[in-house]
Design a protein around this ligand. Structure first.
Ligand code: SAM
Ligand code: ZN
Length: 404
């Protein structure tokens, strides 16, 4: 099929991303004003802002494939124009087959075109239907996938159960969530309804969002006798993303469920602590200042990134030349360095706002914390965030002493 021979009922253009080129809707043609959100106005969804998301997905899949050291089968059940699947096939070594799917007929037509355009017809198939129906048809043990990438509009929750069923033992699951208003506590009831946990509007709400999504994944996986291990998570632009491995075994599932709990937060003095278990601690008062504490959860209290996996991804990154190379290196280095640190982080602006003080350089706060015997690392979740094992009162004292 030659490019000139195919016609779409809407304006298109050739786009380059990673190592591929593909045909996408010409976004400018679908908006009257520059502030309008073009991706959702086009007849087929395509968002150039998500290039970074796809870059990381390529690197993560390659790192996973190298860890497994075998040929892998992947599925993207909400594939839009097919860019992610085509990139997987051409940029990741060791992929045997990829199944793409979309409910939108126009999207499927465009994805099929992009598959043919890149000569990938022998390795990629494109289906047209509901993502849950597709995943269910691959739930039988011998039909399952090694990797499933769920990249929907809004929440991935509706697809997690069928993705778990269509995932092989030691399978790799990638989840995007763009519904940050519920996850970050703007619509708490929607979060409880969808994710089964209570969010909080704290300065580290994006980390809480990742923990709520992972908590939800953990309880769903446990129902199928699978335990979960997070390899990487990040919060970028308008979305969060979680990469996890799921392993069969009742004991593994139990161990994962034991990593579910709550984060208690005091909005008065910024003290925070974790409490294990599905039921929240009955304590209502802050142990530091006596004010009422708020609880986020049930959510995942385990690690949100894995040091070795981040290092593997960095190694893969250094062999490539991506447009977002520097941003990705920073994100992965931060994720690697904070992998062992404790949950939640402090934001200097928030502390200084509370104490009515000017903001000292974050590097100096971290140095003073380390000199006082505490750990202090930056976080990929917030450029002004500090992860530390120091109590809130110590972080506040050190910050205040630097500016008074
Ligand atoms: C955010 S877009 C996917 C973008 C794509 N993953 C990428 O990287 O470019 C979500 C896609 O899900 C499709 N979709 C929505 N509901 C669906 C469903 N129930 N089953 C399958 N596809 C669906 C939409 O048509 C849209 O193309
Ligand atoms: Zn307090």
């Amino acid at each position: 099929m030659k490019e000139a021979e195919i016609s779409f009922s809407f304006p298109t253009e050739v786009v380059r991303e990673g190592e591929i080129s593909f045909v996408a809707p010409r976004l400018e043609a679908f908006v009257d004003e520059p502030w309008e959100y073009a991706p959702s106005k086009a007849p087929v969804f395509y968002n150039p802002i998500m290039e970074l998301n796809r870059d990381l997905a390529v690197l993560a899949l390659q790192a996973y494939q190298k860890m497994r050291d075998k040929k892998i089968a992947a599925c993207e059940p909400l594939s839009g124009c097919g860019v992610r699947g085509v990139r997987f096939a051409l940029e990741v070594e060791g992929i045997s087959r990829i199944v793409l799917n979309d409910i939108n007929e126009e999207a499927v037509r465009l994805a099929e075109f992009n598959v043919q355009r890149n000569n990938l017809g022998d390795r990629i198939s494109v289906a047209n239907g509901d993502a849950n129906l597709l995943l269910s048809s691959y739930a039988a043990p011998r039909r399952r996938f090694d990797c499933i990438d769920i990249d929907p509009f809004g929440s991935p929750v509706a697809y997690i159960d069928s993705a778990i069923r269509a995932l092989r033992d030691h399978g790799f699951l990638a989840l995007t969530a763009t519904d940050l208003a519920p996850l970050c506590g703007v619509h708490p009831r929607a979060c409880i309804r969808k994710y089964g946990g209570r969010p909080l509007r704290t300065e580290y709400c994006h980390e809480l969002a990742v923990r709520l999504l992972t908590g939800c994944l953990t309880t769903m996986a446990a129902k199928h006798g699978m335990g979960v291990r997070v390899l990487l998570s990040h919060s970028t632009d308008h979305y969060i993303r979680v990469y996890a491995i799921a392993n069969y075994g009742a004991k593994r599932a139990d161990i994962s469920v034991q990593k579910i709990g709550h984060i208690l937060h005091c909005f008065t003095c910024l003290h925070r602590e974790t409490s294990s278990g599905i039921i929240s601690s009955s304590r209502q008062e802050c142990i530091e200042c006596g004010a009422k504490v708020s609880a986020a959860g049930p959510l995942w209290l385990g690690k949100t990134s894995n040091k070795e996996f981040c290092a593997l991804m960095i190694k893969e990154l250094k062999e490539r030349n991506l447009r977002n190379q520097k941003i990705i290196l920073k994100l992965l280095s931060l994720s690697r360095d904070e992998a062992e640190a404790s949950p939640t982080y402090y934001v200097t602006d928030k502390i200084c706002d509370k104490l009515d003080l000017p903001i000292p350089p974050i590097i100096e706060v971290m140095e003073k914390l380390r000199n006082s015997g505490y750990e202090a690392t930056s976080t990929s979740f917030c450029s002004r965030g500090i992860r530390t094992d120091a109590p809130a009162k110590v972080v506040k004292n050190i910050t205040a002493r630097l500016v008074t």
